[in-house]
Design a protein around this ligand. Structure first.
Ligand SMILES: Cc1cc2nc3c(=O)[nH]c(=O)nc-3n(C[C@H](O)[C@H](O)[C@H](O)COP(=O)(O)OP(=O)(O)OC[C@H]3O[C@@H](n4cnc5c(N)ncnc54)[C@H](O)[C@@H]3O)c2cc1C
Length: 387
């Protein structure tokens, strides 16, 4: 029976994707799982993850080879995040923010000098990136950003704050969205590359429900002065750059929800065969078997939707609707499967040492990051012509 624990022929994947999944899964189990357990207990992002991923050629798996990436396509990125999240949603959150949200836009929109200073070292795991969009008064409502950048004597001076920033406490640089125009027009935002060593940048760590092995911080910017060379692309292009980053991001981030769902399913598949009650493995009770069967079905459905969105994106087609649908389905899956799997473990599921307990804590973030599920439904409703 194919339970998702062995490489299999997923719709939309080529043989090289299957080989990658098998190799990367082994690497994750052998090299990252032990680090993840320790990092969760300490509540710190384990920075050696970048060195390990880089040494084995996995960092930037879907970045071009010329810049030190793996040269893989978006589907490789999907597999990467599914498998990494199965080991640790916290570590995967940090790597996602670093790779996709911070390094990705520099590679896509940056000058050669900006790439050399930020993106290439980041792709080698030498500098850690973060992405500063959300603020205390603006999350879903991107156009409501209040952080402001003003031109003073030829430089830019940034004032404001960012909230819930992944890698915020450990980042070497932050891609910061700030207001350079006065209203909600589409050209009122600009992205800046801010080195965290700059005077006026301060971060304080936040405590979270889950993802304990990731750093999440509040960051303030007080008269942070940066040269014009650190504008990403051109002034006023921020919203356009954010939209491009977030659409691809939703496809990739959906795999984080899927990874949690798949792992929750694997946990109960194992446990239900080992645990006996009333003289038989609990897997033999139809009430249990049906719930696991439903979970496995939802995992496959989410994976297929993700690969559809990825294939559309790779073909250069519009995939805003499909990306949001995939992200919505996968994060619903994460929460439902982690909850159901924990309950089906009985008392054992509620114990800290059980992986399913961690999945249960980590799952709700899949709902929130890269746009909450309400925002995904908003995007889908608009695509359907309803709103
Ligand atoms: C662990 C973690 C890590 C994060 N990492 C980052 C990061 O690295 N960088 C970054 O910039 N941000 C990050 N975020 C922030 C995240 O993207 C935001 O929390 C998210 O976009 C929601 O914004 P908000 O928290 O301000 O909620 P709000 O926008 O205030 O929303 C509150 C509620 O209202 C709903 N809502 C809002 N608008 C609408 C609407 N139009 N229709 C229907 N419902 C609506 C929302 O769905 C939500 O349920 C992170 C968040 C978490 C929890």
């Amino acid at each position: 029976m194919n339970t998702g624990s062995t490489p299999y022929l997923d719709f939309g994947l080529e043989p090289e994707h299957l080989t990658f999944r098998e190799q990367f899964r082994r690497f994750v189990q052998e090299q990252l799982e032990p680090i993840a357990i320790e990092a969760e207990a300490k509540g710190e992002f384990p920075k050696e993850v970048y060195r390990k991923l880089s040494e084995h050629g996995y960092l930037g798996v879907n970045f071009p080879e010329e810049i030190g990436g793996g040269g893989g396509d978006l589907l490789m990125g999907c597999i990467f995040y599914e498998e990494l999240t199965r080991a640790s949603a916290g570590i995967s959150a940090g790597v996602f923010a670093h790779q996709h949200l911070a390094t990705g836009p520099v590679l896509k929109f940056g000058t050669e000098a900006q790439k050399s200073e930020f993106a290439y070292p980041a792709a080698r795991g030498e500098r850690i990136g973060a992405f500063g969009l959300t603020e205390p008064d603006a999350g879903s409502d991107i156009r409501g950003i209040r952080s402001r950048a003003r031109e003073v004597g030829g430089n830019w001076v940034i004032n404001g704050s960012k909230l819930y920033i992944t890698n915020g406490g450990i980042a070497d640089f932050i891609v910061v969205a700030a207001r350079t125009g006065d209203d909600r027009r589409s050209d009122s935002l600009t992205l800046f590359l801010v080195d965290t060593r700059n005077k006026g940048v301060n971060a304080s760590e936040l405590r979270k429900v889950g993802n304990h092995s990731s750093s999440t911080a509040f960051i303030s910017f007080e008269d942070v002065e940066i040269a014009p060379d650190y504008v990403l692309g051109s002034v006023g292009q921020g919203l356009h750059q954010l939209k491009a980053t977030l659409t691809e991001g939703r496809i990739l981030v959906a795999n984080r929800g899927l990874g949690i769902g798949q792992e929750a399913c694997e946990c109960i598949l194992r446990y239900a065969r080992e645990r006996s009650a009333f003289g038989q493995p609990i897997a033999k009770f139809q009430a249990i078997a049906f719930k696991v069967a439903e979970m496995a079905t939802r995992c496959d459905a989410a994976r297929l939707m993700i690969y559809r969105a990825a294939r559309l994106k790779m073909a250069g087609e519009d995939c805003i609707r499909e990306a949001s649908m995939a992200k919505f389905m996968a994060s619903e899956l994460a929460v439902q499967a982690a909850t159901s799997s924990l309950l089906l473990h009985g008392g054992a599921g509620y114990m800290e040492e059980m992986k399913v307990a961690r999945l249960f804590r980590d799952a709700p973030e899949a709902w929130i990051g890269e746009g909450t599920n309400e925002i995904q439904l908003l995007v889908i409703s608009k695509a359907l012509g309803l709103l």
